[in-house]
Design a protein around this ligand. Structure first.
Ligand code: FEO
Ligand code: CA
Ligand code: CA
Ligand code: CA
Length: 611
């Protein structure tokens, strides 16, 4: 035989075997260490974590629950970045949600205590914590710093952009419609070229009670379009803070579901909610620059049959790392134009039969356009004001005939090719029960495993209002006929289900983390795949996470990979009284969501290049 071809840079490792272990599994020759766990100290005075005696005051100074997005921000001593030290960074993470039955023994879901609810408020949000790199290993160790910070349900946010001050955002506690306390369900995010963090408020519907009792029918419809329905919530926060009761404050729900921006370098800064990016279940927001230094943001609405959006700024980015430049650049997302996407397949619709069988032209592909929804105070949607477009963005996208996708998760432009990659996680409701059936970009009914979309703006120009697209991966068991790996031989690729986050390494490879590989009977993981050359599509499994966990927040550096291990042990029937995972501390301990660092020991004790 000809033997195996040389793996492209960044992919030279023996793939991890899919498994169901209660462990993080890395390739042979690699090492791992926990960076930070739920409950570990972040701020000054944080007490040691005590699972059985947790308090809200302690939680507000400790690492939050269910870490999702992560970023490592350099601390290089430049103006405004402070915190000198070559091997130091700020680790910034989102804490998406709380799972009370795993956080408290004997949790009574009908009657949570006020302290339990307050702990949950403090366990949501974000963490900023200084980490220092080991000289002789890949470890990252949290350190005390004035920059360490927790953002929670009580942190003050400024509302910015064209819907700030709108009547739709006013409440009795905030008659100006411009100040919101807290952020929640922060899923993925993005790092801006000017050194700030974007974070998407995703499934915010679950926190608001009594939507069904709101007297105004139009208001009820608009709440329902966002999945805000019913009476009591699962967590019962409305019993302890009336702002979560829509019969007391119907507009409070309009104050969540935004992209937020945080300057992690300035611990005294007020984070903002950018209304021009629209309100929906934002998975993330990722920025690229245009040739004239305007910025384009991509964002997916992660729900079945929802849409992919793009924003183009009016203003240009100021270069440099100064705090002054950052203050200007933090206004870039507040004026511009918001678009939503419409996809058209190039194969006859009859060839898209819902089974995933490739059409006669050999690809799921086609063209598309970006449809403008609103620009500053001007609406392009009949019957809706600009403020309504920003606050009820889903309704605006419905009206202009945007394309309903299979759960748009992370979306990012490749730093070198400019092509855009979007994880479409899955959609088991496609097809059956009268729901919209397969389309060329969403080609399988009862889609359990998802697909990865590759999109190219016309002439590679981020400002373009039209694009071409193709499916790069149709995920699942490579032995199954309904999967596709960019045409690469399927007997050589790893199985994958439910792509969620994407990242790129310096070689240009795509990294993909998954959320729900249980659909294939395996644990979730982190994969790498070349995008160019003869091994385009050669997907390899780099690591897996413990049972019940999802893999998220991948950060891919040349000699370090970090991932967030979210909700370890969260499987049906398990809880704090009956844990099925004891990761990461082992023995009979409770599982704790954590950030993990992975590296490969090299010569002279220094970490070697990944892959
Ligand atoms: Fe929170 Fe879209 O995953
Ligand atoms: Ca086609
Ligand atoms: Ca996600
Ligand atoms: Ca997800």
């Amino acid at each position: 035989g000809a033997g195996k071809p040389t793996p492209p840079p960044g992919t030279d490792f023996e793939p991890v075997q899919p498994n169901t272990l209660d462990a993080v599994v890395v390739p042979e020759g690699y090492e791992q260490a926990i960076v930070i766990r739920w409950g570990d100290a972040v701020c000054d005075g944080a007490p040691e974590f005590d699972f059985d005696n947790q308090t809200a005051d302690a939680q507000a100074t400790q690492f939050g629950y269910n870490c999702d997005f992560a970023a490592l921000m350099p601390l290089d001593g430049k103006d405004g970045r402070g915190g000198h030290g070559r091997d130091a960074s700020l680790l910034v993470t989102n804490h998406e949600y709380t799972t009370e039955e795993f956080m408290f023994r004997g949790y009574d879901e009908e009657n949570p205590t006020e302290e339990q609810v307050r702990i949950a408020w403090a366990a949501h949000g974000l963490t900023v914590v200084r980490v220092e790199r080991g000289r002789d290993s890949g470890t990252l160790t949290p350190k005390p710093s004035r920059q360490n910070r927790r953002i929670t349900l009580h942190t003050e946010f400024a509302v910015t952009g064209p819907a700030a001050g709108s009547d739709l955002l006013k409440t009795s506690a905030d008659p100006t419609g411009s100040t919101v306390f807290g952020t929640m369900n922060n899923c993925a995010g993005g790092v801006t070229p000017w050194g700030t963090i974007l974070s998407g408020e995703e499934n915010v519907n679950q926190y608001f009670a009594n939507a069904d009792l709101v007297p105004d029918e139009k208001q009820r419809e608009r709440l329902a379009r966002y999945g805000i329905e019913g009476t009591e919530t699962v967590r019962k926060w409305e019993r302890f803070d009336s702002r979560f009761d829509l019969t007391a404050q119907a507009n409070e729900a309009n104050r969540f579901g935004w992209v937020i921006e945080l300057d992690p370098y300035d611990p005294d800064s007020t984070p903002v909610k950018h209304t021009h990016l629209g309100r929906f279940k934002h998975e993330c927001a990722n920025i690229r620059l245009t040739r004239d230094n305007r910025v384009v943001a991509y964002s997916g609405d992660d729900e079945r049959f929802e849409y992919i959006y793009k924003f183009i700024s009016d203003k240009k980015m100021k270069k440099g790392d100064s705090a002054h430049a950052r203050r200007h650049n933090m206004t870039l997302l507040d004026s511009g134009t918001l678009y939503v996407s419409r996809f058209t397949g190039d194969s006859p619709p009859a060839e898209i039969d819902g089974t995933g069988t490739l059409p006669a032209d050999g690809e799921f592909d086609g063209s598309g356009e970006w449809i403008p929804l609103a620009s500053n105070d001007k609406s392009f949607v009949d019957g809706m004001t600009a403020e309504e477009v920003y606050v009820y963005t889903r309704e605006a996208a419905d009206k202009v005939g945007a394309t309903k996708m299979d759960r748009p998760e992370d979306i990012q432009a490749h730093p070198k090719t400019g092509r855009i990659y979007c994880a479409l996680s899955n959609n088991v409701e496609r097809g059956p029960d009268g729901k919209e059936a397969a389309t060329e970009p969403n080609p399988r009914n009862n889609n359990k495993h998802g697909q990865v979309l590759e999109l190219e703006e016309r002439r590679g120009d981020p400002l373009a209002t039209s694009f071409s697209w193709r499916l790069f991966l149709v995920c699942g068991d490579p032995a199954a006929p309904d999967t596709y790996f960019a045409g690469f031989p399927k007997d050589q690729v790893s199985p994958i289900s439910s792509p969620d986050n994407v990242a790129f390494d310096s070689h240009g490879n795509l990294w993909i983390s998954t959320d729900s590989a249980g659909a294939l009977g395996i644990n979730d993981g982190l994969y790498v795949v070349p995008l160019e050359g003869r091994q385009r599509g050669h997907l390899k499994l780099f690591l897996t996470v413990p049972k019940g966990a999802e893999t998220c927040g991948p950060v891919i550096e040349d000699t370090l990979v970090t991932v967030c291990v979210q909700h370890p042990g969260e499987v049906d029937g398990a809880d704090a009284d009956n844990p099925v995972s004891h990761w990461p501390d082992g023995g009979d301990t409770q599982p704790r969501p954590s950030v993990v660092a992975v590296w490969k020991p090299g010569r002279h004790g220094r970490p070697a290049p990944i892959g």
